[in-house]
Design a protein around this ligand. Structure first.
Ligand SMILES: Cc1cc2nc3c(=O)[nH]c(=O)nc-3n(C[C@H](O)[C@H](O)[C@H](O)COP(=O)(O)OP(=O)(O)OC[C@H]3O[C@@H](n4cnc5c(N)ncnc54)[C@H](O)[C@@H]3O)c2cc1C
Length: 296
């Protein structure tokens, strides 16, 4: 197990991008077998740096998240980050969870406010945290954890004061002790560059600001995801997805080309790495990494 902040530092020194993957805890035992014995081995052949495992809406996958993280680290010897949220949890419960995480030998967490269950608005749990910056500070006070946070190149969907206000709140997370930032998915690199420049110039941020990229594999699915998280589908991309319609094989092929072009431009412009939203599938991500010349 390596601390993710050390991975970014070492790769920056070597002038190599950090490649990471996001997984979600599968709902079924078959899904778990497929993730651990098919998807992850296929992705490991590309020589990546670390992965992360999400924490279901409302904290619903709490135990599963930890179990998958622990198995990836133990069975594959691969660094895994446990996502952790403030939803439906008191400070005491989060403290206990951090104790469990530590006991498993895991030291990397991604601190989030979290999505409430059933698409409802976030409600503070009595005795819990209102914002993820408070969670970051709490985790750092426990000592030896490396903490990542979420960032939003188009601003967070619930931030009525606009993206510059949201980016100032991101800076509070960094001041609270975050080691790196992974972005929400986006499709227009100009949004990432404007975000990065603002964080550097206005807030003096020097921590890795890592683009989160999703290889599109279904038009209907990506419209659903973007509606939920507030990411924009640029008009030419929307037109192409409409043209391809329900032909998922064609959408997947197009998604690989689109993500390859996005990653090429981001890495050429100095992004510290790419975090892939894999949706527990290896195929598209492996093809993109091959296109980028980033496989052994
Ligand atoms: C890389 C990544 C991974 C994710 N993984 C998960 C996951 O595993 N599980 C899950 O449930 N969700 C996950 N999410 C979604 C995330 O939980 C939601 O987007 C959530 O709504 C915001 O989380 P946050 O940590 O950015 O919240 P915060 O940083 O707390 O921000 C939440 C809102 O409050 C505002 N805000 C922040 N600080 C202040 C302040 N001091 N005063 C006023 N307003 C403030 C922000 O602008 C924002 O609108 C992930 C998102 C990303 C980008």
């Amino acid at each position: 197990m390596h601390l993710v902040r050390d991975i970014y530092a070492a790769k920056a020194d070597a002038r190599r991008p950090v490649i990471s993957f996001e997984f979600f805890p599968p709902k079924t035992p078959e899904g778990e077998v497929a993730l651990l014995h098919k998807t992850i081995p296929a992705l490991l052949e590309t020589g990546p740096d670390f992965c992360s495992v999400t924490y279901g809406a409302g904290g619903s996958t709490r135990d599963k998240t930890l179990k998958i993280v622990e198995r990836i680290e133990r069975e594959r010897g691969f660094t895994a980050v446990a996502h952790l949220t403030c939803v439906c949890a008191t400070q005491q419960q989060i403290g206990e969870l951090l104790g469990q995480i530590r006991a498993l030998g895991v030291r990397n967490v991604l601190a989030l406010r979290g999505d409430p269950p059933n698409g409802n608005e976030f409600q503070v749990t009595p005795g819990g945290f209102e914002y993820s910056s408070q969670l970051v500070r709490f985790i750092r006070a426990q000592g030896d954890f490396c903490v990542g946070v979420a960032g939003f190149p188009e601003g967070h969907i619930a931030c009525k004061a606009g993206k510059h206000a949201d980016w100032a709140y991101l800076n509070e997370k960094v001041d609270a002790g975050a080691d790196y930032v992974i972005t929400q998915l986006f499709f227009d690199n100009a949004d990432y560059f404007a975000f990065r420049d603002h964080m550097r110039q206005t807030h003096g941020m020097e921590k890795p600001l890592v683009p989160g990229i999703i290889p599109i594999s279904s038009a209907a699915q990506i419209k659903r995801f973007t509606a939920l998280c507030g990411a924009r589908i640029p008009a030419p991309l929307a037109a192409k997805l409409d043209e391809l319609g329900e032909n998922d094989a064609a959408v997947t092929e197009f998604g690989i080309q689109y993500a390859t072009r996005q990653c090429e431009e981001l890495l050429a412009a100095g992004a510290p790495g790419i975090h892939f939203y894999t949706l527990n599938k290896a195929g598209s991500t492996v093809r993109i990494l091959k296109n980028l010349g980033l496989t052994p």
